[in-house]
Design a protein. Sequence first.
Length: 136
Amino acid sequence: MTSLFPELEFYENPRDRRAAFARARKALFGQKRNLLLYLVCLIAFAAIVGAGVGLLGVWVKSEFGFESSWWRHLAVGMMCGIYALAANLFFRRPIRRKLREQLKAAGIVVCLECGYNLSGNLSGRCPECGKGVAKT
């Protein structure tokens, strides 16, 4: 899980990592607005996959005059990839942001924008993303 959420590496043991991740997830999905967004994304994904598979099937039949199952697999694979990107934007980034906020509250200095470790940084700017950092 630390490969998807590198902020968890700042925690010393697996128990603390799990607790921090649970708090971040609860902060994100505990709000009804975010849960509604998640459900809307799932419904939209189902609609997109259905429409995409149907349109691709019509195109294959009209262009080539035959029905085959390869295009269905291709369409579902492409739609899953699109959904993975959307899930990253809607859910992974906000969870990472919540984890960074927890680290900052715990006294571990990280950039809230990119997660770069700012221990010992005196410049007031993150060397990774260039965002101004409030001195603590």
